[in-house]
Design a protein around this ligand. Structure first.
Ligand SMILES: Nc1nc2c(ncn2[C@@H]2O[C@H](COP(=O)(O)OP(=O)(O)O)[C@@H](O)[C@H]2O)c(=O)[nH]1
Ligand SMILES: [Mg+2]
Length: 475
């Protein structure tokens, strides 16, 4: 069982600052303003339209000030406004906390799901304009990979336009076993890449740093495309300075057209209060943020996971905030058992019932659903009305299932017309009701089947349900 969760802890006191987070410090202003907006609900027991309007207006201003994309800021606040009006907080949860959770969910949705990184057999091409932090980030990412996955990493310095690039990279990695390949006197970048691949290409991960200018000229474009061809890179990471704000989108697009960007790295998030621009602008190009750079040192790199990032931004402390929202009486062992069963591909009527029961007990379902593919539980976000509907369905299903044998519950496919008639009669319901239950089961089962093969999904489920990871910060 979950330890008894102190609902009071869900109050705004849990949104405390994390002083040691440079990138978060940078967006401190945004956080302060979000807290300020949410503070409008303080002491209120019920939302009213006027306050919600005021709140979302102030929220939109906060996002714009942090340089979030105008259209996205609008959409985001409209969604939050709607949800604030429609969804009720679960009992005992303050309105402010409820609003904070909605904002959290919507921000995470805006920035998209985390981008997976393969541990080895990767060749990474780093691209980007001049001074964005490519060389620094090449070193950072190399070290990250080596540490995180314990693999052999080598880097190639292919920037022949900036004098001293090789020395710079070498210096950044002087304390690291990462192998650095470069030919400081060669001025043909493609040659260096060819030679480099021969020399250090056996490493598990190979990272190639390239040149950039203020803007891309024809020569540089050609060079980049050639290097990309030779390297046959599995990943093309665009390095972009957080300060560029809204311009991040168009820049990303330019590079995307050239080499097919697979991921974005936003650098210098420690140095700007307006990082929201780069964060949200690149998300519209479809090349998700993979890392964020938050300092000049090699260790100042973080794998970007929007949920963690946003919860830290809002001071909610990673996934723990999410778990804090689970109902006090949600049986954790049961949750794990169910997850394992779902993952095994078996899905009985009892499983469906348990699943629905769990979901109906969780007030802020969306918070959890935001980590799962849409519709995994057969619902996106539930309004209060839908929740009531689900609860009354559950009551009906319980009665119907009580009239079934264990075998029928385990193998609902055996339920043909005669048995259906018997069950309806036995439970005092109609055949239509029984069929409805079976239809619901069928839909859920199909969804589960789709999930089964989804590795990312499995990992998410595991991390969500994993007891070891649930050491509650709020205790
Ligand atoms: N504060 C801070 N500075 C950074 C970060 N990444 C790079 N820099 C600095 O930005 C400058 C340009 O970086 P560099 O790697 O040479 O950029 P390149 O021209 O794209 O290769 C250097 O002074 C770096 O130390 C970061 O995440 N935070
Ligand atoms: Mg460089």
């Amino acid at each position: 069982m979950y330890s008894k969760i102190e609902i009071e802890h869900l109050s705004l006191t849990m949104f405390k600052p994390h002083a040691s987070d440079p990138s978060i410090m940078a967006l401190e202003g945004l956080k302060r303003r979000i807290l300020g907006s949410v503070g409008l609900l303080k002491g209120k027991r019920q939302v009213d339209e006027e306050t919600v309007k005021e709140l979302t207006k102030s929220l939109r201003r906060a996002l714009l000030e942090a340089d979030f994309n105008v259209r996205q800021a609008k959409e985001l606040t409209e969604r939050i406004e709607r949800r604030l009006m429609e969804e009720e907080p679960r009992p005992g949860v303050k309105l402010e906390t409820h609003a904070m959770n909605l904002i959290y969910t919507e921000l995470v949705r805006l920035l998209g799901p985390a981008r997976e990184i393969k541990p080895h057999n990767e060749t990474v091409l780093m691209v980007g304009l001049y001074g964005q932090g490519k060389t620094t980030t090449t070193a950072k990412v190399a070290e990250w990979w080596r540490r995180k996955h314990g693999v052999k990493v080598a880097v190639i310095e292919a920037d022949v336009h900036r004098p001293g690039a090789y020395a710079q990279l070498q210096q950044l990695l002087e304390d690291s076993p990462v192998e650095v390949y470069g030919e400081p006197d060669e001025n043909d970048a493609t040659k260096i890449v060819r030679n480099g691949i021969k020399a250090v290409g056996t490493a598990d991960v190979l990272i190639i740093d390239t040149a950039g200018r203020d803007s891309l000229d024809e020569e540089l474009r050609d060079e980049l495309v050639k290097i990309a061809e030779i390297a046959n890179a599995t990943e093309r990471f665009l390095v972009i300075d957080a300060q560029v704000g809204q311009a991040a989108g168009p820049v990303a697009q330019t590079f995307h057209d050239l080499v097919g960007v697979t991921g974005t790295i936003v650098t210098k998030l420690d140095g700007t209060a307006r990082g929201g621009g780069a964060l949200s602008a690149v998300s519209v190009t479809g090349a998700p943020i993979v890392f964020v750079g938050e300092g000049e040192r090699v260790g100042d790199l973080e794998k970007f996971e929007s949920d963690r990032f946003i919860s830290r931004l809002l001071g909610m402390g990673d996934i723990k905030g999410l778990i804090d929202l689970a109902p006090e009486d949600l049986d954790q062992e049961e949750a794990i058992r169910l997850t394992q069963r779902l993952m095994s591909g078996r899905f009985t009527l009892t499983d469906m019932y348990t699943q629905m029961e769990m979901m109906s007990r969780i007030g802020t379902v969306d918070r959890i659903l935001s980590h799962l593919p849409d519709g995994m539980f057969g619902m996106g976000s539930m309004s209060a009305g839908q929740k009531r509907q689900m609860q009354s369905n559950l009551a009906k299903y319980r009665v119907i299932m009580d009239s079934m044998t264990q075998h029928e519950k385990d193998e609902p496919l055996v339920l043909k017309s005669q048995r259906i008639r018997r069950i309806a009669r036995g439970s005092g319901t109609t055949e239509k009701d029984v069929k409805e239950l079976l239809n619901q089961w069928n839909r859920s089962r199909k969804m589960m089947r789709g999930m089964k093969g989804d590795r990312r999904m499995r990992k998410q489920m595991q991390s969500m349900m994993d007891v070891d990871d649930l050491d509650l910060e709020m205790g």
